[in-house]
Design a binder for this molecule. Structure first.
Ligand code: BGC
Length: 408
């Protein structure tokens, strides 16, 4: 009986939290956290009925009384990329609103730290683990340990591969991210021109998403490489495969092996420098650059901007990191892709609530992780350019206008 009441209370609290608008996030997440929580609480109180507000309080009291046991633990890959601070800020708000003790740990780019983080959470008594893996294959050991301890595992944003110890996957439509990046380059390339130099970059080969992003981008770009609109400037492997409309994993691995940034700004910068040093004038002028995310995009853009033989460059990104939104406003990065972390964090906490209630969470697709088909919940993405920063990011309350200069 008590369990049923708690379930209802949690459900009520979740509903309330899901309808709450969220304030600013990202770079300032850590310092702004308290203010953000207060802001969210105010909005919750204003929006919710008395009953829901009471349910919220009761749910909090109930979960807090469990001898301090943490029911839901979150592990994120690194604090060094603003992308994951956006997710952290959302988790802290949403978990708090749902009455859970906040427990978000960072692996700081290390699979060993990630495993220790999982073990710390297991010792704290978690029932559900929400994890964005540092390395999708290496994370299997940690989640198998969690599974053996009776914990339900939700892979967050990055799929964990080669194990049946992943119960659910909450993700953005990553193929659509890559497709949107490729399509942007096609739609904005100088019209009527051919042999436009195309520089390709990818994410880390240890991240399954890097393959999905590249797959989406390749399938968009390949017809325009095959018809001579673009000419690949920096990958002999991609050049050798340019007639293939779709690539298998091995073919993608070969290309990514050459053009990976490892999701590292410095790797991205030095690769871009050496690529521009290696090519002749025919590979400069007006160029197009497929950059996989915002951090690497800013690094690569800075390199292309300082090459006097590069007349203009188009460059992609993703994550709507504040620094990149400013680059987009300033014309230094052409586009970014908005992946609304409010939705992803809410979806995974929602799943956790269902699991704790003994229900089967709602999913809408599956992803094969080389071992099993993992039931997944997928969220759409949105392209952001100079023209819609205001409507997509400011009007929706994701960021504040004051975070940027020169916003029109
Ligand atoms: C995420 C991207 C992020 C990248 C680097 C990917 O798995 O989906 O949003 O930019 O990792 O951290």
């Amino acid at each position: 009986m008590k369990k049923r009441i708690l379930s209802l209370l949690l459900a009520g609290a979740m509903m309330a939290s899901l309808f709450v608008g969220c304030g600013k996030t990202a770079d300032t997440a850590a310092t702004d956290d308290k203010a953000a929580t207060e802001e969210t609480t105010d909005k919750t109180d204003a929006a919710a009925t008395d009953d829901t507000a009471k349910a919220d309080d009761a749910a909090k009291a109930d979960t807090e009384s469990k001898d301090g046991a943490v029911q839901v633990g979150v592990v994120l890959p690194t604090k060094d990329e603003p992308r994951w601070l956006q997710d952290q800020a959302q988790f802290e708000k949403i978990l708090g609103d749902a009455g859970f003790t906040n427990q978000v740990l960072f692996s700081q780019g290390s699979s060993a730290t990630e495993k220790t983080n999982i073990e710390t959470l297991l010792n704290q008594g978690i029932k559900v683990l929400i994890i964005c893996a540092q390395d999708g294959a290496a994370a299997s050991a940690g989640v198998e340990e969690a599974k053996a301890a009776g914990v339900t595992v939700i892979a967050y944003d990055r799929l964990i591969t080669g194990t049946d110890a992943v119960d659910y996957y909450v993700t953005f439509d990553s193929k659509a991210v890559g497709a949107a990046q490729g399509q942007y380059l096609i739609d904005n390339a100088p019209s009527g021109k051919s042999n436009i130099p195309l520089y390709l970059y990818a994410g880390a080969a240890t991240d399954n998403n890097a393959f999905i992003f590249f797959e989406g981008a390749w399938e968009a770009l390949q017809p325009k490489i095959a018809d001579g609109t673009f000419v690949i400037a920096n990958s002999s492997e991609a050049e050798a495969l340019k007639d293939k409309a779709t690539l298998d994993r091995d073919q993608e691995s070969k290309i990514i092996g050459q053009i990976t940034t490892d999701w590292d700004f410095n790797v991205a910068k030095s690769k871009a420098e050496s690529h521009l040093t290696a090519v002749g004038a025919e590979m400069k002028g007006d160029v197009a650059v497929l950059a996989p995310n915002d951090g690497t995009s800013r690094s690569i853009a800075d390199v292309f901007a300082t090459d006097k033989d590069v007349t203009s460059y188009l460059i992609t990104g993703q994550d709507t990191e504040k620094a990149s939104v400013q680059y987009v406003i300033d014309g230094k990065q052409s586009m970014t892709v908005f992946k609304d972390t409010r939705t992803l964090a809410a979806d995974s906490v929602d799943m956790a609530v269902s699991i704790l209630k003994g229900e089967t969470p709602k999913t809408d697709t599956t992803y094969n992780n080389e071992k099993v088909d993992v039931p997944a919940k997928q969220t759409a993405i949105q392209v952001v350019t100079k023209d819609n920063v205001q409507s997509v990011l400011i009007d929706s309350g994701y960021y504040e206008a004051a975070d940027f200069t020169g916003l029109k």
